[in-house]
Design a protein around this ligand. Sequence first.
Ligand SMILES: C[S@@+](CC[C@H](N)C(=O)[O-])C[C@H]1O[C@@H](n2cnc3c(N)ncnc32)[C@H](O)[C@@H]1O
Length: 404
Amino acid sequence: MVHFLKDYPTYFDWLMQQCRTLKVPSVNAVQGKNSYKLSLTIAGEMEKTGGMPFSQFMHHALYEPGLGYYSAGSNKLGEGGDFVTAPELSPLFAQTLATSFIKIFEQSTANVLELGAGTGIFAVELLKELEAQDSLPERYYILEVSADLKQRQRQAIEQNIPHLANRVEWLDRLPKEFSGAIFANEVADALPIDLVRKQKNNLQKAQVKQDDSGFRLSWQDTGSMLETNPYVKQWPHGYSTEHHLQTEFWLAGLVECLTNGAIILNDYGYSADEYYAPQRTQGTLQCYYRQHKHHDPLLLPGLQDITASVNFSQIAYAAHKLGAEIVGYCEQALFLMSSGIERQAAKLAEKLGSDTMAQVKISQQLKKLMMPDEMGENCKVLIAAKNCPVQLQGFALSNKLHRL
Ligand SMILES: C[S@@+](CC[C@H](N)C(=O)[O-])C[C@H]1O[C@@H](n2cnc3c(N)ncnc32)[C@H](O)[C@@H]1O
């Protein structure tokens, strides 16, 4: 067999074979060349060490400058892309969250720091709503790792709210100190994770290696995680899941820079009890290419999104350890309902008048945001505050802190 990286035509055939197997549209030449360069980079690094932890492979696949999924050009988010997020789906999401931002501003400073702002749509809609409620922040900071998405965010701000553009500033790293509201939607689930599995009484961690037919997983025994993860004992033989190491560092950075204010996290995820339940035998890792979902993270390098649900108990524990108070935790649907999404939807519907198509669109958006089998139950909101005694309407219907 010829090595899959022998030359570009061989590699392109390798990608096309994957598209046929997954039954997804073919990749184009630009995508193929980017993916080839990325795979050469990954393979080059593997030659030095014989392989790399899965988290390192995932980091390259998503964030390799100019080549990774989030770092290379082309539309990933939204209807024509690979997946849709809540802010992409509907302006109602940002409009409804605005009241929580205002409450946090009242107890800290009117500043926002958004992490991983995607296409910039949340920033645009939130700033519009805060302006309408006469509660504009002094500064709206964005920390984004992807140069390509930063560019899209700038365009979105310039095109939609040029009069507010001077309030928006892009940062290269977290500020030393920040007072205000920190926000991240579907960022924690895009952070690299490690893959682990239980074989008899051993816990194994995945390394990525290469052979002629492509990248493959190779499993190695690891003793240390057996002691630190209390759930391992209850898992059956063959159980696979994810280990989140970077999430804790990422969260620690946010809590440490926050002098007073709150962190709002919205993401797909579970409490540790649900995440590591014995019946969830195949973990939560998912890959998306052109709205097609599958579970093989080694395919289509740099061209597909790779994501794993968030362990909210781990986040809450890490935040608490660093001096933050967990204000609340519940499903997205309940948070939005308590925060008045129905009122916002009625306002939007009134604005659109008798346009039936627009009205239908609003109810479809509401359904996706709220239905249990869509984002409503699968996405959770967690808010952690520091030196900020804030009470939020969003947790009036339900606060499941006890589940964490
Ligand atoms: C799934 S997208 C979500 C985008 C947007 N928040 C939304 O909901 O539409 C993940 C975003 O997080 C960014 N990202 C990933 N890791 C990051 C990090 N450590 N710091 C800041 N942004 C990050 C990605 O580049 C991308 O913009």
